[in-house]
Design a protein around this ligand. Structure first.
Ligand SMILES: Cc1cc2nc3c(=O)[nH]c(=O)nc-3n(C[C@H](O)[C@H](O)[C@H](O)COP(=O)(O)O)c2cc1C
Length: 336
């Protein structure tokens, strides 16, 4: 049976092109985030709590908002009101940047999928730090953990990537309960090369050193398109550097399940990514003790349970939320 969002809200949003629908939603949730009455109304969707503690943080439930939906951190109180157990904002880059030319988000409803090639459009670390500082002062800072996902600015050469991440880390760490290093988006040229052991080692070492005596949990977000050898090497580097968690996975460049007439360049998310991302979660869990946060194709209770059975400790939603709405949270939590 369809839920209220699927019956009444999604048809309206899907009349708009995908990016306009996203902007309309973010504007509404951004406004709602400023008013206590509106936030109380959103709380109608809240699932019952099922707390867990991970890397010293208390999560009221294991379902988080995946990075990319609220890149600029404009609606943090609204996500908490919906009942997310944690919220990951970003990807934030050191420089504000417009991203790739539009159109750059495409729906594939038959496959419950999206393709995007946004390219880290965001307001930049300085503006986002200011916004988060204002949110703190407003008294509406959420009671759930907030992760900040950082990535490389497009104009920064790959050889200077570490400095770019370092800049965002310094600007944003005080607002973050954990920091995610995004080294797996397919839409910033060269970014995935940071998954190579030497480059990843350098990045983790420099950020770890900067964190010094007040370390923040560091989480690494990886691609689903890694070979077995690449995954092994990444896990070894993450273990050596005391990484707190791994997010598996980002979007895929494997479009073999997409009909050629519907295909677009960019990262594929949603149901076609589900099996690949679950397989990686299972693989990491078998080989390492680093906790895994699963992301990829979670659309219902069954696909969520699959991730937990594969060894995930937390899960994150993006495409499932676009297609199924906020009631998805309660649907999943009721089955746990
Ligand atoms: C439109 C769109 C934008 C995204 N932007 C980001 C991003 O900025 N940073 C990031 O780490 N992941 C980003 N992602 C990836 C998601 O966070 C998630 O890992 C991926 O889509 C798989 O989960 P899903 O199948 O539930 O969507 C984006 C995904 C989509 C669909």
């Amino acid at each position: 049976m369809r839920n209220g969002y699927e019956l009444f809200v999604r048809p309206l949003l899907f009349c708009l092109d995908a990016e306009t629908a996203h902007h309309v939603t973010m504007r509404l949730l951004g406004r709602a985030s400023q008013f206590d009455v509106a936030l109380s109304a959103l709380k109608l969707f809240q699932p019952r709590p099922k707390p867990i503690t991970l890397f010293g943080l208390k999560f009221p439930n294991p379902i988080g908002l995946a990075a990319g939906l609220d890149k600029n951190g404009v609606a943090v109180p609204a996500w908490a009101a919906f009942g997310f157990g944690f919220i990951e904002i970003g990807t934030v880059t050191a420089n504000a940047q417009p991203g790739n030319p539009k159109p750059r988000i495409f729906r594939l409803p038959e496959q419950q999928a999206l393709i995007n090639r946004l390219g880290f459009n965001n307001d930049g670390a300085d503006a986002i730090a200011q916004r988060l500082a204002a949110l703190r002062v407003s008294g509406r800072w959420p009671a759930v953990p907030v992760g900040i996902n950082i990535g490389k600015s497009r104009t920064t050469p790959l050889e200077q990537a570490t400095d770019d991440y370092l800049y965002s880390f310094r600007r944003l760490r005080d607002f973050a309960d954990y920091i995610t290093l995004n080294i797996s988006s397919p839409n910033t040229p060269g970014l995935r090369e940071l998954q190579e052991p030497e480059k990843l080692s350098e990045l983790l070492y420099v950020i770890g050193k900067e964190a010094g005596t007040a370390p923040k949990p560091l989480v690494v977000k990886i691609s689903p398109d890694l070979s077995d050898t690449e995954l092994k090497a990444i896990l070894a580097v993450c273990e050596e550097n005391g990484v707190s968690g791994i997010i598996a996975t980002n979007t895929t460049l494997d479009h073999s399940s997409v009909a050629p007439q519907l295909d677009q360049a960019g990262g594929l998310s949603g149901t076609p990514l589900r099996d690949k991302s679950t397989a990686l979660v299972r693989e990491i869990n078998a080989r390492s003790t680093i906790p895994v946060i699963a992301s990829g194709g979670i659309f219902d209770a069954e696909s969520a349970m699959e991730k937990f059975h594969a060894g995930a400790v937390l899960i994150q939603l993006y495409t499932g939320l676009v297609y199924r709405g906020p009631q998805l949270l309660r649907e999943i939590m009721d089955s746990l």
